[in-house]
Design a protein around this ligand. Structure first.
Ligand code: SF4
Length: 196
């Protein structure tokens, strides 16, 4: 995944996959090849194929160094300018918890209820403008946080411009992982305004 300067934003060692069913890791030169190699491995060994593309994306997200290190410029976190910046900050703040499996999720029913409200809300706004590598990395974090399990509103959920959270993952999180500061700006029907 080259950046505009031709510099790879995903380290080469990220294209390695291994899980508990495998005696040794599979390596590839890019994400698509790695997913295909994982699919071939599972078929050849009689392992349920599952969703290799999601498994690989989640694995890569867990290895991206920028989500393990403090941000180089704290100002960009404190004072983000664009919705994409805010979403990036929001996801990176929750990445460690997602990677450790420490994030508590709500029921599928509750996630869908929230998602339906957000889908109709004018504060649900597109955030994937510019910087394709940043967007791709953020999408991987979303896959990690949701484990690839989305609500029925995935195609219409973007980001919330009130809270700066990525909506596909936010609707699934227990409220203790969400910051409701500024909720006075949210529409009356917003689920973030509810007591529980
Ligand atoms: S304001 Fe509330 S309902 Fe609207 S998009 Fe944000 S979280 Fe969803």
């Amino acid at each position: 995944m080259p950046s505009p300067q031709g510099i790879s934003v995903v380290p080469a060692e990220a294209y390695i996959y291994q899980d508990k069913n495998m005696p040794r890791p599979i390596e590839a030169t890019d994400e698509v090849s790695l997913a295909q190699a994982l699919r071939d491995y599972r078929i050849a060994n009689g392992i349920p194929v599952g969703d290799p593309a999601t498994d690989v994306a989640v694995s890569i997200a867990s290895r991206l160094p920028q989500y393990h290190e403090p941000p180089p410029h704290a100002v960009s976190i404190i004072n983000p300018k664009t919705l994409r910046d805010r979403v990036t900050s929001w996801l990176s703040e929750r990445f460690a918890g997602a990677h450790a499996g420490a994030l508590q999720l709500v029921s599928d029913e509750e996630a869908n209820r929230r998602a339906e409200i957000c889908a109709r809300c004018p504060r649900n706004q597109e955030w994937r403008h510019g910087c394709p590598p940043c967007v791709n990395n953020n999408e991987r974090i979303v896959l990690l946080m949701t484990q690839g399990q989305f609500t029925g509103f995935r195609q219409v959920l973007n980001a919330c411009e009130v809270f700066g959270h990525e909506l596909n993952s936010a609707v699934k999180l227990d409220k203790k992982h969400l910051n409701d500061s500024g909720k006075e700006e949210a529409p009356p029907q917003c689920w973030m305004r509810e007591e529980k």
